[in-house]
Design a protein around this ligand. Structure first.
Ligand code: KIV
Ligand code: NA
Length: 265
């Protein structure tokens, strides 16, 4: 099986074939998603919420994410693994962005990095791509800026649509290989997708993006909380795990487990 490269994603766009992307943070999920044919896996800073239990993505550090990136890259044979740069690890300067990207490429063995921000982050994207590292952009609702954006809200409505288009074009010009559009009106995402030669990856951005991404715990029903409108649950893993744990507990308490077949003599 051949490794997915950034040029393959651009070819999919040219052929009009939408592709899926999922987050992954560990070995089993990375292996399963890779073998299921998910071409791009993101070790998102959403690990702040889905792995570490923080209530926002802001507190998670490079040190916390690095072992997750390493686990995912070690576990795939085809998928392109994107490491998300956490809050505070790239905003200071293009030099800081490059330094952090290099850490994820060397220590994490990632294949690409992702960062949040539009036009103002074009120099950061340029510095990283100039060093040979593919960069995925991320605009629209950007969780690291939630306090400035006023919470989880759709971005790019009305006049703000022009800003979003300008941001997307600036990221492409700076060398980004793809751009995530998060919580953007479908009409605006469609327009950006048509104007860019690089793929758009939508999350809450409608059906006309070149790709779609979901956080795997949302997609698989591991997260039992109230899900945003853009999430579709394809499984009930929380229910399945809860039933398994309950049955294990009952069998231990009832003396049914371990049975004769589980015992050494
Ligand atoms: O961290 C994350 O999971 C993300 C995706 C939702 C795009 O940035
Ligand atoms: Na993220």
């Amino acid at each position: 099986a051949r490794r997915v490269r950034v040029h393959h994603l651009r070819e999919l766009k040219q052929r009009g074939e939408p592709w899926p992307m999922l987050t992954a943070y560990d070995m089993f999920t990375a292996k399963i998603f890779d073998e299921a044919g998910i071409p791009v896996l993101l070790v998102g800073d959403s690990a702040a919420n889905t792995v570490f239990g923080y209530s926002s993505s802001l507190p998670v550090s490079v040190e916390e994410l690095m072992p997750l990136v390493r686990a995912v890259t070690r576990s795939v044979s085809k998928a392109l693994v994107v490491a998300d740069l956490p809050f505070g690890s790239y905003q200071i300067s293009p030099e800081q962005a490059l330094t952090t990207a290099v850490r994820f490429m060397k220590d994490g063995q990632a294949h690409a990095v992702k960062l949040e921000g539009g036009r103002r982050f074009a120099p950061h994207v340029e510095a990283i791509t100039a060093a040979g590292v593919p960069v995925m952009g991320h605009i629209g609702f950007t969780p690291q800026s939630e306090h400035n954006l006023g919470g989880y809200r759709v971005q790019g409505r009305g006049d703000a649509a022009e800003d979003l288009v300008a941001d997307a074009l600036a990221l492409q010009e700076a060398g980004a290989f793809a751009v995530v559009l998060e919580m953007v009106p479908a009409e605006v995402a469609k327009r950006i997708t048509a104007e860019l030669v690089i793929p758009t990856v939508g999350i809450g951005a409608g059906p006309d993006c070149d790709a779609q991404v979901l956080v795997w715990q949302d997609m698989a029903g591991m997260n039992q909380g109230k899900a945003p409108r853009f999430v579709k649950r394809y499984a009930d893993l929380a229910g399945a795990l809860s039933r398994a744990a309950g049955q294990f507990a009952a069998e231990v308490r009832g003396g049914e487990f371990p049975g004769p077949e589980h015992v050494f003599h």
